[in-house]
Design a protein around this ligand. Structure first.
Ligand code: BGC
Length: 695
């Protein structure tokens, strides 16, 4: 290959493709968003949709929902199905999954990620990547690293301790590379310790390509490159989207002007950057092309098959979280499941009951072939017993953002719903966020922790006339719940994709027993969240710089250690049955240095319906030379149990589960001493502990 041919590989030739080597018959690379489905075709040279008629696909549940299944088999199904769809659409690189850690509920993009715990996110992303790549489609794991908020994402300079990096923010990316074998990774927009993530020497050369031995390609986020020299020497391979933010005229700026195009060629020719940089980039890009576009084993793929819809529905069924389920009358049965034949008049309320939530959100927006809304799903089950009132209006497209909705509109919609609720036996309010700007949406963070569009007032007003209220929240983020003690049943329904309405109806009716658990904490108020406990510099930063002052105490690690209970804790989720845990047993009193310790615990379904329980094993270090969280998730298992059935769950702890990242030696450190293993049903529901000595 000539030098020019090699350089041509390193940058975009259109919005979503990069060049091959036509002279040698080496094909282009075609990329597509995103993590939840294969995005519709975009124009060659602007952000507009191309309006093809053959690019409608299956929308899978958002990644928060996948994480909430706590079931790696669901990740495998997800990766296989989305991989087949990407293959059918002739994509070589799928821009996902996202594994940035949920640091604050204000982050507009949390719905695309897998929650607040690095171990959970790491375990869950691996089968997705492996199954996706079996289709000859590369995963592009994003956004590496520390893109934990959307506000000022293009430049905010994140500072944090080495410990927080290695213990919290890097492990899921490490698992994606080392265990998942990801073929590509997307550099984040933000800066890390003074250098842009897309050409950050430390993040790319030292950690990713050095320590983790990553043999794939680093691709920029769209417009994430800022400097030719740094891009050349600091480990970036493919530059995408420069000056293509839709705001800048491209007439004067061509693909040839990209940092890794003509300016790079010039530096190479002048000897200002070593030839080894381009040889490394070209080798990596060719390897990616051989793995994908030139992969001779790749299947043909398929879209919108029965299997894909079944996978979407099953993942939704396993990920929905029943957060609260209380009786309405003292001594009565819990409100859910909706008893068959019990209600004659079910009122469904809410914009999100009919809203197409495949739309909005930014780059993960999807053009679906089919979409079952919550109202459709409930009507399919309960027919004409179901009536509907909008209750509130959720901003665009009719009225613009929240503050533009006239109060008279909100008031009259609420009044109508309240009137209808008086006549209903049961009210199902489907609300939440709406995937528009300042909500769960790329490019901006949320402005308030509370529910938007007058939903708090609506909830209270409905409760005043009808106590049989089921609240279904569709969101990828926690929200403030001032009415929590009054609402008997609360369901976290995420964004569930094409089959979402069926999944919700399955769960609400009891056809499916809920088995999801929260992948992040719901703080009672925003300042109860570690990221918000240290003022502006910690979140959102001063617009230039940001310091993660809560350090390693992210999510439940903060709530637990600081004794600030979350309203709903990490790992929480109810079932229509009950589970009894036996006393956990350890294989020995001590764990030998470099040895292992086996823990067993029995779990029994003590209720009347089959169900699945997620057994969580946390470990705490009783005494340590550095601050440690009270306890940290180290293993988990999801067990299916028939009524009356009991199973034994076994976990093996090793030295790796006890180590912390030692800043003095820049290595993981094992400190002998007293530890405690916590067998839990959630991060605060401890069912048994075992104290042991690490030798
Ligand atoms: C997003 C990426 C996305 C890319 C291409 C960027 O704005 O941050 O996640 O893959 O656009 O659409």
């Amino acid at each position: 290959m000539t030098l020019e041919e090699k350089v041509a590989l390193c940058h975009a030739q259109s919005k979503f493709s990069s060049a091959g080597v036509p002279r040698l018959g080496i094909p282009e690379l075609w990329m597509s968003d995103g993590p939840h489905g294969v995005r519709a075709e975009i124009n060659w040279n602007d952000w507009g949709y191309a309006n093809w008629t053959n690019d409608s696909i299956t929308a899978f549940p958002a990644l928060t929902c996948l994480a909430a299944t706590w079931n790696p088999e669901m990740s495998a199904k997800y990766g296989k199905a989305i991989g087949e769809e990407a293959r059918y659409r002739e994509k070589d690189v799928l821009l996902g999954p996202g594994v940035n850690i949920y640091r604050t509920p204000m982050n507009g993009r949390n719905f695309e990620y897998m929650g607040e715990d690095p171990y959970l996110a790491g375990v869950m992303c691996v089968p997705y990547i492996q199954e996706l790549q079996k289709n000859g489609v590369a995963a592009c794991v994003k956004h590496y690293a520390l893109n934990n908020q959307e506000l000022w994402r293009g430049h905010i300079d994140v500072h944090l301790s080495d410990r927080a990096l290695h213990e919290i923010y890097l492990p899921a990316f490490k698992a994606a590379v080392e265990e998942g074998g990801a073929w590509s990774i997307m550099g984040a927009y933000n800066q890390i310790r003074g250098q842009h993530a897309c050409h950050n020497d430390w993040a790319l050369n030292k950690i990713l390509k050095g320590d983790w031995q990553f043999d794939g390609c680093v691709i920029t986020d769209w417009g994430g490159a800022h400097d030719t020299y740094e891009a050349a020497v600091n480990g970036l391979d493919i530059e995408m989207g420069s000056y293509t933010n839709g705001l800048t005229s491209e007439s004067a700026f061509t693909y040839d002007d990209y940092y890794l195009a003509a300016p790079y060629l010039k530096l190479l020719k002048e000897g200002k950057v070593p030839m080894s940089t381009i040889d490394d980039k070209a080798s990596r890009i060719l390897r990616l092309i051989f793995r994908t576009a030139m992969n001779r084993q790749k299947p043909y793929g398929s879209v919108c098959t029965d299997e894909h819809y079944a996978a979407a529905r099953e993942i939704g069924n396993e990920g929905i979280v029943l957060m609260k389920n209380a009786p309405v009358e003292k001594k009565g049965a819990p409100l859910l499941p909706i008893a068959a034949g019990h209600y004659r008049n079910i009122l469904v309320v809410g914009d999100n009951a009919v809203r197409l939530l495949n739309q909005g959100g930014g780059s993960s927006e999807l053009k679906v072939k089919d979409m079952v809304s919550p109202l459709d799903g409930l009507r399919a089950l309960y027919g004409d017993k179901v009536s509907y009132a909008q209750g509130y209006v959720a901003g665009r497209p009719m009225y613009g953002y929240a503050d533009e909705i006239p109060a008279s509109v909100t008031d009259s919609l609420r009044a109508e719903a309240v009137e209808m609720a008086k006549q209903a036996d049961l009210v199902v309010l489907v609300g939440g966020l709406n995937k528009n700007h300042f909500q769960d949406c790329e490019g901006g963070d949320r402005l308030t922790y509370g529910l938007p569009f007058g939903q708090n007032e609506l909830i209270e007003a409905l409760l005043d006339v009808n106590k049989n209220l089921v609240l279904v929240l569709l969101s990828g983020n926690a929200v403030e719940m001032p009415w929590v003690s009054r609402v008997p049943a609360i369901v976290q329904g995420w964004y569930l994709g094409s089959m979402g309405g069926h999944s919700l109806a399955d769960m609400l009716s009891g056809a499916v027993n809920p088995s999801g658990k929260l992948p992040f904490s719901f703080p009672a108020k925003l300042t109860d969240c570690g990221a918000h406990a240290f003022g502006e510099l910690s979140y959102p930063g001063d617009s230039i710089r940001q310091e993660y002052k809560e350090d390693i105490l992210v999510g439940y690690r903060w709530h637990d250690t600081k004794k600030i209970p979350a309203l709903f804790p990490f790992g929480h989720g109810l079932s229509y049955t009950t589970f009894a845990y036996g006393k956990p047993q350890a294989s020995a009193k001590a764990m030998p240095a470099n040895g292992a310790l086996t823990l067993t615990v029995t779990v029994k379904n003590t209720g009347r319906v089959a169900g699945k329980e997620i057994v969580q094993l946390y470990v705490g270090d009783d005494k340590c030379s550095v601050l440690r969280p009270l306890k940290e998730l180290k293993h988990f298992a999801k067990v299916a149990l028939e009524p009356g059935e009991e199973k034994e769950v076994t976990f093996t702890l090793t030295a790796a589960d006890l180590k912390f990242y030692d800043e003095a030696s820049s290595a993981w450190k094992y400190e002998p001493g007293k530890f405690k293993a916590y067998v839990c049903a959630s991060s605060t529901d401890v069912r048994g502990t075992v104290a042991f000595e690490a030798e």
